[in-house]
Design a protein around this ligand. Structure first.
Ligand code: PBG
Length: 344
């Protein structure tokens, strides 16, 4: 396609040629090769982290109703998906448990069980392949009867007591072979405490990706279905997760986490918070990740299923947006689909 230059059909109007004076932005978009030449960002399989849900049993692949295409997997089935992920070249998976309600209690004690689902999954994944990183969540919500990320006294979420327990949880996961600890609880001081615990425990090489700016968001709904915390959660998480109205606060959160020893930082949710990703990346020049959370996934998946949007194009566009915002990688439930797409 080329552009014809012609006088304006309206004699009262200045012609476009006169307005642009030869500066035509569309020139660089004239064909696929030209667009590829000037493309500023790329999305590759190396950008992907695939979150997986683990559930008890064997041969279980249980669909999550609010996340079309996503399933809770028993440990044996996780092996299969992880083998597929490694084959696709996805660098890491993140494991989240659906804990049997009978094992949930007020203190989330199952989080400290060295044979809990997450630990079983870590060992199975490590046995299956050495070619993939394992990330595990540190927070108590999938294990507590009240669905909160921390210990409670009355209505209050106890900070320092929770941190003690999170350190133990991180050590239990490290023993099981996790590579990256992802503290998602938003307690103050937990990054420093976990770093110290890992180092003293002989896990100097276990990385920490802090959920540095994690907002109290409505977009976690489908995830809470997946791990069963919609059923348990009493109240909301606004005394520890961030207010969606704030951005300076995200800078201070990230600053503290970095000072306490975070190797990588994360912003969550993703797409509604692209400004935060850009700001943290520009401010700290740290490896910065985005979590395209369950609600974001559900919106695209459901609209795609209904034929309201082109699913695959919307999926790829949403992930490219994270790259443009400065993210070094993205946790996304679309990871295997994107990896397949990028293979061509
Ligand atoms: C738990 C946790 C949550 C998510 C990741 N870790 C939910 C929450 O804080 O309630 C959300 C992920 C998603 O929505 O995809 N600490």
């Amino acid at each position: 396609m080329t552009f014809q230059s012609r006088p304006s059909s309206n004699p009262d109007r200045t012609s476009v040629d006169e307005i642009v004076g030869g500066r035509r932005m569309r020139r660089n978009r004239k064909s696929d090769w030209a667009r590829r030449m000037v493309r500023e960002n790329t999305l590759t399989v190396d950008d992907l982290i695939w979150p997986l849900f683990v559930i008890a049993g064997s041969n279980v692949r249980q669909p999550v109703a609010s996340m079309p295409g996503v399933e809770r997997l028993s440990v044996d089935e996780i092996r299969r998906d992880v083998a597929r992920a490694a084959e696709l070249g996805i660098p890491a998976v993140a494991v989240f448990p659906y804990t049997d309600p009978a094992l949930r209690d007020a203190t989330g004690s199952e989080a400290l069980n060295a044979n809990n689902l997450v630990c079983q999954a870590c060992r199975a994944i490590r046995e299956e392949t050495g070619d993939i990183g394992i990330m595990t969540d540190v927070a108590l919500d999938p294990y507590t009867s009240h669905g909160h990320d921390g210990l409670m006294s009355g209505e209050e979420i106890l900070n320092d007591e929770t941190v003690d327990q999170l350190v133990t949880q991180a050590l239990v996961q490290a023993e099981a072979g996790t590579d990256i600890i992802g503290p998602s609880d938003m307690m103050d001081g937990r990054i420093g405490a976990i770093r110290e615990g890992l180092d003293k425990g002989g896990f100097r090489n276990v990385q920490i990706m802090s959920y540095a700016a994690k907002y109290a968001s409505a977009f976690y709904g489908p995830f809470r279905d997946a791990v069963g915390t919609n059923a348990t959660l009493i109240g909301d998480k606004r005394t520890y997760q961030m207010d969606p109205a704030n951005t300076d606060e995200a800078v201070r959160e990230a600053e503290l986490d970095i000072a306490e020893g975070a190797d990588m930082i994360m912003v969550k949710p993703g797409m509604p918070y692209l400004d935060i990703i850009r700001r943290l990346k520009d401010t700290f020049a740290m490896p910065t990740f985005a979590y395209q959370v369950s609600g974001e996934f559900a919106m695209i998946a459901a609209a795609g299923q209904n034929g309201w949007i082109d699913h695959d194009r919307a999926m790829l566009e949403s992930l490219m947006a994270f790259k443009r915002a400065g993210a070094d990688g993205i946790l996304s439930y679309f990871a295997p689909m994107v990896a397949e797409k990028l293979k061509g």
